[in-house]
Design a protein around this ligand. Sequence first.
Ligand SMILES: NC(=O)c1ccc[n+]([C@@H]2O[C@H](COP(=O)([O-])OP(=O)(O)OC[C@H]3O[C@@H](n4cnc5c(N)ncnc54)[C@H](O)[C@@H]3O)[C@@H](O)[C@H]2O)c1
Length: 441
Amino acid sequence: MADLCVVGTGYVGLVTGACFAELGHRVWCVDLDDRKVALINAGKSPIYEPGLDELLKRSLKRHALVATTSLSEAVTQADFSFLCVGTPSAEDGSTDLSIIRRAASELGKALHDKHVNSRKSKAKKRHVVIVKSTVPPGTSESLDQLLREAAAPDFGMCMNPEFLREGSAVNDFLQPDRIVVGGNERKDVDAVGRLYAGVKVPLIKTGLRTAEMIKYASNSFLATKISFANELANMCEQFGIDVYEVADGMGYDRRIGRAFLNAGAGFGGSCFKKDVSSLIYEAKKRGSRTAILDAVMGVNELQPFRVVDLLERGLGSLSGKRIALLGLAFKDETDDIRDSAAIKVARALVKKGALVVAYDPKAAENARRELGGAILYANSPKEALKDADACALVTEWKSFGKIPLSAFKYMRGRLVVEGRQVLDKKALKKAGFKYLGIGRA
Ligand SMILES: NC(=O)c1ccc[n+]([C@@H]2O[C@H](COP(=O)([O-])OP(=O)(O)OC[C@H]3O[C@@H](n4cnc5c(N)ncnc54)[C@H](O)[C@@H]3O)[C@@H](O)[C@H]2O)c1
């Protein structure tokens, strides 16, 4: 069992903290936001993530996890500190490292103070700092330098990228495909690897830069698969072929795989666009060509507007039309709307003069903060569908697949547009609806 400090309690930090507590460690979760800290200490996750509340409650009960706003209090107790703060995109596509640089400086000072205060103590353990945030190659080395400038004592620096997906984050953390730990010193990499002792998956040990690049390359490849599927979808529509049948046929090939070949309204969320843009920026800065990744981003920019095109194909002008929008989150099982294709669709529809009535099982509150009163928010799919001229499904909540046909019958019009693959298109068609889906015949 080890004592861990986790800096930042967002999607990655809180899941990391709760899962390490579950694996038997003692965890101090640190955040600047005292509202989040209070919620966590009350056993409530500030974000919606399946299974996280239960995990938090269990850890709190065993005194295995505590949240605090005091970094120094946490660092005093801990032998490992994970940096899990945000690394957002800057305007030019580069990564804004100001938040993680500030957190690293604060951590350096806290480590310095801990060292000074425990000078007489014989038991002075080496502290290992681990970057878990997604950062461009070379960043962990510069953070290492920052910590040294803050006069931190002897410490080790590792990079341990996180591959969790929102909506299945707890499961992804506890049962990942692999764990990657990069570092300059073997003993630190081994020590971080041992923290995951209960997780029986391959442990990939690399240098700092390689670990950083593995994360960027993985997200860029997944984004490429999605944009490839989307380009294929647009072609399939012209041929009268269903792209999902094509993806199924391709996916059986083990060299290809079925995952992430789902065509639709495009990828969103806090990671893909930010990470691909950052890799493009960093590569171009060093004189590398980025033709494939440029195309991946280009396809994705346009993809949400395919939903609007399909609505126009079915309805003509959208001005004054009432559209039921099913989904606001960037994916199912999350309340996260960062860079959500659904939000882009909502904005485009409002711009065209449509009245949008949206329903999302979890993300309405966050969407309201982003879109305000530009759209209406329904309390159920049935309420959204009532009197709508058309329906557009943009988030793949499985519950949308269970909406009874009787609810669609409350619509004024008969057009159903789908930007995912959730609805039963055959049943809708049989019931007299006009079904138009991205890449669907
Ligand atoms: N969200 C994902 O699915 C995901 C997956 C893999 C990797 N990542 C990466 O993990 C990192 C974190 O992402 P996130 O989505 O969890 O971010 P987030 O914005 O949800 O959370 C970041 C948290 O850090 C806190 N914070 C900022 N500065 C701090 C400081 N100095 N001290 C203490 N707390 C501080 C913020 O208050 C916030 O609660 C990013 O680099 C992201 O790219 C995210």
